[in-house]
Design a protein around this ligand. Structure first.
Ligand code: AMP
Ligand code: GLY
Length: 424
């Protein structure tokens, strides 16, 4: 069977890697892919983009199933385009992807269906937004309504900072159309966790729990990024909390979407804040898997991902079973010089360790140029290792990283620190 994976990041390399391991998969095409997928003999990069061109490619190549990695093609309706042509594709439709592509849509949806989340207001008028902030006080969170590649959220610790964020989005149009409308929500305290499921429109199958590290520097300092590392499982998600998240957040979301006439199929990612009271609240929805959460999650997945996706497409996820490696998986992102503001491209990458059973280097911003690997994006690699404890997984990942060389490489040295604190 031939599979197509859409995207070019570490998440897509991990999806292609896992799908290629299925005994029924002959080849995985990746559009457009990266240097890592280019080097793997089971994968083929294809320079195709745009809904119709991708669907044309799927028809011409006889692709049996397409899996979409990132949010942008989902929000652009790639699933609708494939389905209109009778092609099998796993992901939410454009309407369903609004859970991620419009924060206002997501907040209104959650309020309507009683799904726990922070109180909020939505504004297009700066004066009204400022007045709302003045009335609520700080800390407070300002979010661009649309897709902003992880840069649309400002956690303001003062009213002045909140005003500045409002002005930058609504007056100076710094985020373009994505920031022409803002959601302002109460600041929530607690610990974050990523909760990712597969949905067939009716049933949810929870994937292993995970947690990522969004800040650039050690100790969770510095600017927000797409994620500098992640691990699975996330000890913060106890079995009780797991059941609660499914009952109070995930299932009501899938049911609520269906009740609203927008059946949700695909991966669904709820970004959670676990309060001191133990109550999970939703910070955001993503209509895809997380990057870099996917890398450690798929390293631990023992089941055939293709079989799970087939269950999801058939509406039989309630009958699917998924097995997980008991070990911890931990992935450390190595980013390019200048990330996240202005990542430098074209640095030669050297001394990549060979993949082993318990350590895999997933590529993101890499490219093969004349047979040589060079950097081509902000997050370059995600070195992901398995170990019998968080500590051992961490040790193995950092040993592998110690070999890698490219100019300006930056990575955090403390990925997994919260899990280490809770159980070592
Ligand atoms: P989002 O893209 O909505 O998940 O926001 C990005 C990051 O901003 C989250 O991972 C949190 O660290 C932080 N954040 C978002 N919303 C809130 C909130 N209501 N309270 C506290 N922190 C938040
Ligand atoms: N790592 C966060 C995300 O994928 O949205």
């Amino acid at each position: 069977m031939k599979i197509l994976v859409i995207g070019s990041g570490g998440r897509e390399h991990a999806l292609a890697w896992k799908l290629a391991a299925s005994p029924r998969v002959q080849r995985v095409y990746v559009a457009p892919g990266n240097g890592g997928t280019a080097r793997d003999r089971r994968m083929v990069n294809v320079a195709v983009s745009g809904n119709e061109a991708l669907a044309d490619f799927a028809v011409a190549e006889g692709i049996a199933l397409t899996v979409v990695g990132p949010e942008a093609p989902l929000a652009a309706g790639v699933v609708d385009a494939f389905r209109a042509r009778g092609l099998r594709i796993f992901g939410p439709t454009k309407a369903a992807a609004q859970l991620e592509s419009s924060k206002d849509f997501a907040k209104a949806f959650m309020k309507r269906h009683g799904i726990p989340t922070a109180d909020y207001g939505t504004f297009t008028d700066a004066a009204a937004a400022r007045a709302y902030v003045d009335a609520r006080g700080a800390p407070i969170v300002i979010k661009a309504d649309g897709l902003a590649a992880g840069k649309g959220v400002v956690v303001a610790s003062s009213v002045a900072e909140a005003h500045a964020a409002i002005d930058s989005m609504l007056v100076d149009n710094r985020m373009g159309a994505a920031g022409a409308r803002v959601v302002i929500e109460d600041f929530l305290e607690g610990e974050e966790a990523s909760f990712i499921v597969m949905s067939d429109g009716r049933n949810a199958l929870a994937l292993a729990t995970s947690q990522d590290h969004k800040r650039l520097r050690d100790g969770d300092e510095g600017p927000n990024t797409g994620g500098m590392g992640a691990y699975s499982p996330a000890p913060v998600v106890t079995p009780e909390l797991h059941a609660r998240v499914l009952r109070e957040i995930i299932q009501p979301t899938i049911d609520g979407m269906a009740a609203d006439g927008i059946v949700y199929t695909g991966f669904l990612y709820a970004g959670l804040m676990i309060g001191r009271d133990g109550r999970p609240r939703t910070l955001e929805f993503n209509c895809r898997m997380g990057d870099p959460e996917t890398q450690p999650i798929l390293m631990r997945m023992k089941s055939d991902l293709l079989g799970l996706i087939e269950h999801a497409l058939a509406g039989t996820l309630d009958r699917a079973e998924v097995g997980w490696d008991r070990r911890t998986a931990l992935g450390v992102v190595i980013a390019a010089a200048g990330y996240p503001d202005e990542p430098r491209k074209g640095d030669a990458i050297e001394r990549l360790p060979a993949d082993t059973e318990d350590c895999v280097v997933f590529h993101a911003g890499t490219q093969l140029r004349d047979g040589k690997l060079v950097t081509s994006g902000g997050r370059v690699l995600c070195v992901t290792a398995l170990g019998d404890s968080v500590h051992l997984a961490q040790k193995r990942a950092y040993e592998a990283i110690a070999q890698v060389r490219f100019d300006g490489m930056q990575f955090r040295r403390d990925i997994g620190h919260r899990a280490l604190k809770s159980r070592g």
